[in-house]
Design a protein around this ligand. Structure first.
Ligand code: HEM
Length: 370
């Protein structure tokens, strides 16, 4: 059910768009209203998530690093793995986001008769990289539908992507890449027992949804053709807020409707790692803890009682017990006996004075009451 459920859900979504635009011809609903609502939901959802992450407290400097931290001048620092500057953090983050560096360094552990064997695990890195790069290039290529005239960089991207020119229309490498990447990511979850055990419906649903979008697009481009001038008219109209839905092929609406579902689902799903990676405090901070003192802003003033004070108060007992003392202590001089006698007289005098004062005060009170 963890696999079949999400698969059926995506099929149902595709059927809704097919029925809505085939027999029912609801082109305005599926071509204009739903895309606008989905885009708005995506933007609002994305902003909410980002603002929430941006506002959450990061009281500690907790970059997870590997390699040598910056310390003494003669110890070589590993500037990428353990960055101490913003430039280093940028480099580390760029390599992570663009090349999935941490995934590249993934290792697999296998139990053997002798113990545990640690080996290289590059397949996930390769599959993830192929899928993500293919998806990015496809989305960038799609801008040709929304821009007029088409910028040169999109034409260049199309040229590179279709450089093998196998058949007509030109087969894009990214079309093969996205399907291969997604298929690999799906099979990995099904075939590897440990991964299958921890995989849930929410892990399969985005894979099926993306696969559905890619397949609908591929069908549209290579098999059942669509009226591209009507598609372009609709896309340009959507951008300029004067949309006209003249496209009549249901496969186009299936493609677009699944994209709309993805847009609505994206901000609230694990796919948000695309934005969240930049807010990860274990990655977006420089590890300069040896150079800079980072004070937790939540720290309250602690009532201090230093060791020196403690020793001052107890040194005589400590000395008697033979405990080591860190500070020098001079015993306060006993006041001489003469001075002591004078002190006692003075105190007595003061007490007598106070008693006289009190008697006088009592008398005054009585007079006033009478
Ligand atoms: C997550 C977003 C999207 C993904 C992953 C995606 C994926 C694809 C793929 C893989 C293809 C096959 C051909 C190619 O690679 O160009 C395709 C074609 C197509 N897509 Fe998309 N698509 C997305 C969004 C959209 C949107 C928003 C529209 C229009 C509103 C659209 C309209 C089309 C059209 C008209 C084709 C056929 C292109 C042709 O025949 O050359 N797609 N899409």
């Amino acid at each position: 059910m963890k696999i079949i459920g999400p698969f059926i859900a995506v099929c149902v979504l595709a059927c809704i768009a097919w029925l809505g635009t085939g027999p029912l011809s609801l082109y305005t609903l599926f071509g204009i209203i739903i895309p606008y609502l989905a885009f708005a939901a995506f933007i609002v959802g994305f902003i909410i998530r980002i603002v929430n992450w941006g506002r959450s407290a990061v009281p500690f400097r907790i970059p997870t690093t590997a390699g040598q931290e910056k310390s003494l001048p003669w110890i070589k620092q590993n500037k990428l793995d353990n960055p101490s500057s913003k430039a280093g953090v940028f480099g580390r983050m760029a390599l992570e986001v663009l090349l999935f560096r941490s995934l590249f360094r993934n290792a697999s552990t296998e139990k053997t008769e002798d113990g545990i064997a640690i080996g290289s695990a590059k397949w996930l890195w390769l599959g993830a990289l192929i899928f993500h790069w293919s998806m990015l290039i496809i989305v960038l290529r799609h801008f040709r539908l929304f821009l007029d005239p088409i910028p040169a960089w999109i034409s260049a991207l199309e040229g590179i992507d279709g450089m093998f020119q196998i058949g007509l229309p030109v087969i894009y490498l990214t079309d093969l890449g996205i399907v291969a990447g997604l298929t690999f990511l799906f099979l990995r979850r099904v075939v590897v027992p440990r991964i299958r055990y921890i995989s849930q419906a929410i892990d399969y649903f985005p894979l099926f949804l993306l696969l559905g979008i890619a397949c609908a697009g591929i069908i549209m481009r290579y098999f059942t053709k669509v009226d591209m001038s009507a598609v372009k008219e609709l896309c340009l109209g959507l951008v300029s807020f004067q949309p006209v839905a003249n496209v009549t092929e249901p496969i186009f609406y299936v493609h677009v409707f699944l994209v709309c579902c993805l847009l609505v689902y994206f901000p609230w799903s694990k796919l948000m790692h695309a934005g969240g990676v930049f807010f990860s405090p274990t990655r977006n901070m420089a590890n300069n803890s040896r150079a800079v003192r980072h004070v937790n802003p939540w720290n309250y003033e602690v009532k201090k009682h230093t060791y020196e004070e403690y020793e001052n108060e107890n040194w005589e007992k400590m000395k008697a017990l033979g405990l080591p003392l860190d500070f020098e202590h001079v015993k306060e001089e006993e006041p001489p006996a003469e001075a002591e006698g004078a002190k006692a007289d003075a105190a007595e005098g003061a007490n007598a004075g106070a008693a006289e004062g009190a008697a006088a005060e009592a008398a005054t009170t009585q007079d006033s009451e009478g």
